[in-house]
Design a protein around this ligand. Structure first.
Ligand SMILES: N[C@@H](CCC(=O)N[C@@H](CS)C(=O)NCC(=O)O)C(=O)O
Length: 200
């Protein structure tokens, strides 16, 4: 199996975490986003939108971190990373969708700004994005009421949030102590070996 990825990309890390959790061997192929390698004609044959990650599983190519992780869950079902029941599975997918569509784009906005020289950063964009991320904490807190993980058992949904959790500290986005469930969940996720290992 070959993973086309960029070490610092959150969506690449999401797939690396899953591969580690499943104990799957894979070859890492770096696509350097800082050199725009993701737009090279050769790479566009692998990922038509010119993004990372993409996976080549013995000649079958799949891209998009959520679809890659679902594919890997189907192909390599042990250990299972989706609940058995349809309600639990739907819950995991809803939370992953929430992460992909409403949560992550605001991290991307901040990263885009902080890469600029300090004098050129638009602080309004940064503060606005941080405000929206913080609003998302309300939903995460609610979903974790009475549960250790977003879908009950550790699942693809939790994995999808792990790269963002790593960024909260780096981007100085505090999680207020009022988010008790969320803070306990963050500690649970950070304690998993895949959290540290996937950062390499
Ligand atoms: N929905 C896609 C989004 C992929 C994505 O946004 N990848 C970013 C890195 S995290 C990327 O390749 N950015 C470079 C670009 O879009 O040119 C997924 O989950 O894989």
């Amino acid at each position: 199996m070959k993973l086309y990825h960029f070490p610092a990309s959150t969506n690449s890390r999401k797939v690396r975490i899953l591969l580690i959790e499943k104990g799957l061997e894979y070859e890492r192929i770096d696509v350097d986003l800082t050199k725009k390698e993701q737009k090279n004609p050769e790479y566009l044959k692998i990922h038509p939108f010119g993004q990372v990650p993409a996976l080549d599983d013995d000649g079958f190519i799949v891209y998009d971190s959520t679809i890659i992780n679902e594919y890997l869950e189907d192909e390599y079902p042990h250990p299972p990373l989706l609940p058995n029941d349809s309600e639990g599975r739907a819950r995991a997918r809803l939370m992953e969708d929430f992460r992909d569509i409403y949560f992550t784009p605001h991290f991307v906005e901040i990263i885009h700004e902080v890469r600029k020289p300090e004098t050129e950063r638009d602080q309004k964009v940064i503060q606005n994005a941080k405000g929206i991320i913080t609003q998302c904490f309300d939903r995460i807190e609610r979903e974790l009421k009475g549960r250790d993980y977003l879908a009950g058992t550790f699942s693809l949904a939790d994995i999808s949030f792990m790269p963002n959790i790593a960024l909260l500290e780096r981007l100085e986005i505090p999680v207020d102590p009022k988010y008790k469930n969320m803070r306990a969940w963050i500690e649970r996720l950070k304690a998993r070996p895949s959290f540290a290992e996937s950062a390499k």
